[in-house]
Design a protein around this ligand. Structure first.
Ligand SMILES: [Zn+2]
Length: 254
């Protein structure tokens, strides 16, 4: 493919061959945020641009805030893999993928430098405005692929993004004692929690049984919305935070 003009004015272009048509000519209405999970940014960028990797993203954000565009927004980049949100299993056709250079869990979860966070916010705002992307559709890779993916990780400052107009967020409820649900539990309260996770968008099955898969979804939820403790146990703080997020959604709220 020949060179293209960056969709985001501040991005430089480095072409990745790893993309295709968006199915049914879809327009992106989600942003999916990733970390690279590799030791160096250059190594990660090189991998995303190599045909043999079969992976890519639309954007790549360096630690110093420099933004590179690899795939035109109109095309389907290959970043989400097997994933689901609100029943849609072709997240690549519905989204713009943003890779953030960070060594991630394998590298001991290094902090995201402020310059890099600022650049991610500005990029998300630009894409969000150009494509009218709803705040609650700015998501982590781990939200759409729980258990399989952990990125961008519990260190990613979703609260700061929200302060500056990106993404959906409520202050997490403090962690206290009280009743909780975990792997192996069954019954109506578990079913109610499954309904809430599913209503928010997670691929949770409503079975009334707290399975390993469900624990992974609770972990993914915590990693994004209650990062202080990510343990897959649905404590009061987790459930209350989810409840208030649902109430704050435009279509379910007052
Ligand atoms: Zn990812």
């Amino acid at each position: 493919m020949s060179a293209f003009t960056a969709d985001y004015a501040k991005a430089s272009v480095r072409i990745s061959p790893n993309h295709g048509e968006r199915v049914d000519g879809q327009k992106p209405d989600m942003l999916i945020l990733h970390y690279t999970g590799m030791p160096t940014a250059e190594g990660a960028l090189d991998w995303l641009c190599r045909a043999e990797s079969q992976v890519s993203s639309h954007y790549f954000v360096h630690e110093n805030g420099d933004v590179v565009q690899l795939v035109p927004e109109a095309r389907r980049a290959w970043h989400a893999g097997k994933s689901v949100w609100h029943g849609n299993t072709d997240i690549n056709s519905a989204s713009i993928g943003i890779e953030i250079a960070n060594a991630g869990h394998p590298g001991g979860l290094p902090r995201y430098p402020q310059m890099q966070v600022d650049a991610v916010i500005e990029l998300c705002r630009d894409c969000g405005e150009r494509w009218s992307i709803a705040p609650e559709r700015v998501l982590a890779h781990s939200d759409v692929a729980p258990r399989r993916k952990l990125d961008p990780g519990e260190n990613f400052p979703w609260d700061l993004l929200h302060e500056r107009g990106v993404g959906h967020w409520v202050s997490p409820a403090p962690i206290t004692g009280g009743r909780f649900f975990q792997r192996g539990d069954q019954g109506q309260p578990v079913e109610a929690l499954q309904s809430m996770l599913s209503l928010y968008g997670y691929g949770t099955e409503i079975s009334g049984e707290f399975s390993d898969k469900m624990a992974g979804e609770v972990e993914a939820f915590q990693r994004h919305f209650r990062p202080e403790r990510v343990d897959g146990i649905a404590d009061f703080s987790t459930i209350d935070t989810l409840h208030r997020l649902l109430a704050a959604l435009p279509r379910y709220g007052a």
